[in-house]
Design a protein around this ligand. Structure first.
Ligand code: ATP
Ligand code: MG
Length: 786
């Protein structure tokens, strides 16, 4: 039966089709933003399934975020025209590795892990990881490291645990177990780094825990030391696909290379200009090395951008051109010209948030000649997560629905972390960190001394803290009220643990029982602080969130892994996220606030001297490129003259990246609050945000004095008056003209204040106070409202 070309192939251009149809051997798709790499990769999965080359469980497909994995699954189903059963190996590096590691955990032993450690008196021979291991979050990790630093009698003020955490993460990103740390790194953390790393790994084993970096590193270790297991996976994964390949680190690269080394059916897609995780150990070199690792690789380049308008694309290309050592790709698009990239300066961060909030509201109805947009179409992408606060506050005030993606997380709140610690203890009673967190929360009369006693007894007997606590009660080492309460906790934990196997109790019911019977819910019910009701609400939310999981363990894993926000409520929402989290996504309307030196590029990247500083700055520039290329139709970049950073007011300079925007693709907007009304009738009402003229003029005076604003003015003065945009709709031009009459006092970005002498079509003759009489285009004029 002659098959018609499947519809999913017809949606692709020839280069994409090539990347989809060359199924055997290594394929590298190297192309700029929005050229359809992810789309082609998805079609490739569909093609593998559709042609019967692979069953769903024989495809290993790595995405960068969990959100991207969900999306790919959905699209595969849609393209295939049926829901995909399985695809168990479609996910992030971490989610796939956690699955693998649970199957082989016992192969991670003290010996494999930490050669250098001299076995201490309390060492346990045959110690190994167990399949119900806990995944530590950064908080637990830091607490643990701090204990180790102090135990090693190192001053943790001078040598903070966080620094050690970064060093260890760096080693793990390179898949360096303690025995493999190179001599050149021996000086790390005042020469104690390697030894503390070994101690940390050992402690993790004792706790039956891993951290994020371990997931990849342990799997690489297992593959390297157990060829039989590697061979099994190599047979299993007949086809491997990787999105966002430019952001893989060494450990991920090794893992992929090991898995692909037999059949070599590996397809990687990426863009060197979008490598933005260097600070986390990603090596853009991986993508450049692909052809060497896989000789004869089929390389596909895509050049047509399907996402953005020409102005947006040109602005992004203009910025990224500032980087050296690029592979250099030219992008083109068939899209209509559309809006120029819009640039606007504000007095401060609050004003920026206010303006963006109001702009979003008016864009829903269609404004300034643009089509109407839904809230779902709009996103605010920030450089640093602390920028989100101003937007969240503002949007809450005006009741604008929003979602934070990957931001300050629900799961990081105190009450949620406490509750999760209880759940962790129920699932794995040896989770000592969880026990430490909740043993005296709510208060059980177990102070520092009692807790030290528990620690000591546990250590002496080589048992977990829960068991140590039981011994302490039994032996009478803890007495009185504390002993009674502790006894109840221990008995409770055992009972709840048994209930995990009880078919008649759902895990949601169990969660509620645990929180009630432990006294945790009661603690907040009796709390009279204003936060308590909110915390109780959050706990309810937590139990609700459990619903979509099979059991507590699955949920705990999800929380440890998934950085995305919890389940969304219905209704359209503006998305707020960091630029890093926005990778691979697209939105019709994108706001890029906070383009100020010190914020973006970040201070850290600017402070570093020499080559490293240059590298950091280039990574920031790639981030700018990622940001602009998320936009399909409207991209608005903004900056503020003043910003409160960590409680301190600072004068800000517009970002150097603002200067790098090619001016022919940029339109400078004027904040209406400054010049009164601004864009005309459609949006002027209430946009100023100043309640009195005096207040407004005071703000204006301040803005003119801020260095950031002066710099924008200088920029404006250096540039010739731009031509009006052809694409702008007639209605708006007429509006711009019709709002002016002879005698009006007006403001022009280049020439300052003046009065209208005459009107000729869309041109105005104006007598400027400083610049003399000039003819200017009406749409560059704003009414000066005084
Ligand atoms: P990024 O580098 O940002 O991850 P990408 O190269 O992965 O981008 P995609 O997200 O796959 O690009 O595609 C960008 C947009 O272009 C999507 O909306 C996609 O549906 C559309 N697109 C891709 N290829 C085609 C095509 N051949 N015809 C029409 N639209 C396409
Ligand atoms: Mg993509």
């Amino acid at each position: 039966m002659a098959a018609r070309p499947a519809p999913y192939l017809n949606e692709l251009n020839p280069a994409q089709r090539e990347a989809v149809e060359v199924l055997d051997g290594p394929v590298l798709m190297l192309a700029g933003a929005g050229t359809g790499k992810t789309k082609a990769l998805t079609a490739r999965v569909v093609h593998l399934l559709n042609t019967g080359r692979a069953r769903p469980n024989e495809i290993l497909s790595v995405t960068f975020t969990n959100k991207a994995a969900r999306e790919m699954k959905l699209r595969v189903g849609r393209m295939l025209g049926q829901t995909v059963e399985g695809m168990p190996w479609l996910g992030t590096f971490h989610s796939i590795c956690v699955k693998q590691l649970r199957r082989h955990a016992e192969l991670i032993t003290a010996e494999a892990n930490t050669d250098q450690v001299v076995e201490g008196p309390d060492s346990q021979p045959g110690l190994h990881l167990k399949s119900n291991f806990t995944i530590l979050d950064t908080d637990d990790q830091l607490r643990l490291l701090k204990q180790l630093v102090r135990a090693a009698e190192i001053d943790d003020k001078r040598w903070p645990a966080r620094q050690l955490a970064n060093i260890i993460e760096g080693w793990k990103n390179r898949a360096l177990t303690p025995d493999k740390v190179p001599a050149a790194d021996g000086g790390a953390f005042n020469h104690r780094g390697p030894e503390l790393y070994a101690a940390y790994q050992r402690r993790l084993l004792e706790l039956n825990a891993v951290d994020f970096g371990d997931l990849l590193m342990h799997m690489v270790t297992i593959f390297q030391t157990h060829p039989d297991i590697l061979a099994q996976y190599q047979r299993w994964f007949r086809y491997i696909l990787v999105d966002e390949y430019q952001d893989t680190n060494v450990a991920q690269y090794l893992w992929l290379r090991l898995l692909a080394s037999q059949h070599k059916n590996i397809c990687c897609v990426g863009d060197d200009d979008q490598s933005i995780y260097g600070w986390r150990g990603a090596e853009v070199g991986n993508i450049l090395r692909f052809e060497k690792d896989f000789p004869g690789a089929h390389v596909v380049r895509l050049e047509q951008n399907y996402r953005s308008t020409p102005h947006i694309l040109a602005a992004a290309s203009g910025v990224i051109r500032g980087n050296t050592g690029r592979l250099g790709k030219e992008l083109w698009t068939q899209a209509q010209d559309g809006e120029k990239v819009r640039l606007i300066g504000h007095w401060d961060g609050e004003e920026e948030a206010r303006w963006i909030g109001e702009e979003i509201e008016s864009m829903q109805g269609g404004t300034r000649g643009m089509r109407p947009y839904s809230l779902d179409d709009m996103a605010i992408l920030v450089r640093a997560s602390h920028q989100m606060r101003a937007f969240e506050d503002r949007f809450l005030t005006i009741g604008l629905p929003y979602r934070v993606i990957g931001g300050p997380r629900f799961y990081e709140r105190m009450e949620i972390r406490d509750a999760m610690a209880y759940f962790r203890l129920v699932v794995s009673p040896t989770d000592d960190l969880a026990f430490e967190r909740v043993v005296n929360t709510p208060k059980r009369g177990l102070g520092d001394k009692a807790q030290q006693t528990i620690q000591r007894i546990a250590r002496e007997n080589g048992v977990s803290l829960v068991d140590g606590a039981a011994l302490a009660v039994e032996q009478g080492a803890i007495k009185g009220k504390g002993a009674k309460a502790l006894g109840e906790l221990i008995v409770g934990l055992a009972r709840w643990g048994r209930m995990t196997g009880d078919k008649d109790v759902s895990h949601m019911e169990l969660a509620e029982i645990v929180l009630d019977e432990s006294g945790y819910t009661g603690m907040w019910q009796n709390d009279k602080t204003p936060e308590a009701p909110g915390r109780l609400e959050n706990l309810k939310e937590l139990v609700k969130a459990l619903e979509s999981f099979e059991n507590l363990q699955g949920f705990l894993e999800h929380v440890a892994l998934v950085m995305d926000n919890e389940k969304d409520e219905a209704g359209a929402k503006v998305s707020i996220m960091t630029l890093h989290a926005a990778k691979g996504l697209e939105f019709p309307v994108v706001f890029l606030p906070g383009w100020e030196d010190g914020l973006f590029p970040s201070q850290r990247s600017m402070d570093e001297p020499g080559i490293q500083g240059q590298k950091n700055l280039e990574e920031e520039r790639r981030l700018a490129y990622v940001g602009i290329t998320r936009a399909e139709e409207v991209c608005t970049i903004s900056f503020a003259g003043n910003r409160r950073v960590f409680g301190q007011w600072q004068s800000q300079m517009p970002s150097r990246f603002v200067d790098e925007l090619p001016e022919e693709h940029v339109e400078v907007l004027t904040p209406p609050g400054l010049y009164g009304g601004g864009y005309g009738a459609a949006t002027s009402g209430g946009m100023g945000g100043y309640s009195s003229g005096v207040e407004k003029r005071a703000a204006e005076a301040n803005v003119y004095n801020s260095p950031g604003w002066k710099r924008l003015q200088e920029r404006q003065n250096q540039r010739p008056v731009s031509q009006p945009r052809e694409s702008r709709s007639q209605v708006i031009d007429l509006e711009a003209v019709s709002v002016h009459t002879v005698g009006d006092r007006v403001f022009h970005q280049k020439f300052g204040y003046g009065a209208i002498l005459g009107i000729e079509g869309d041109k105005l003759e104006i007598e400027f106070e400083k610049a003399g009489t000039k003819k200017v285009v009406a749409r560059f004029i704003h009414t000066a409202d005084d």
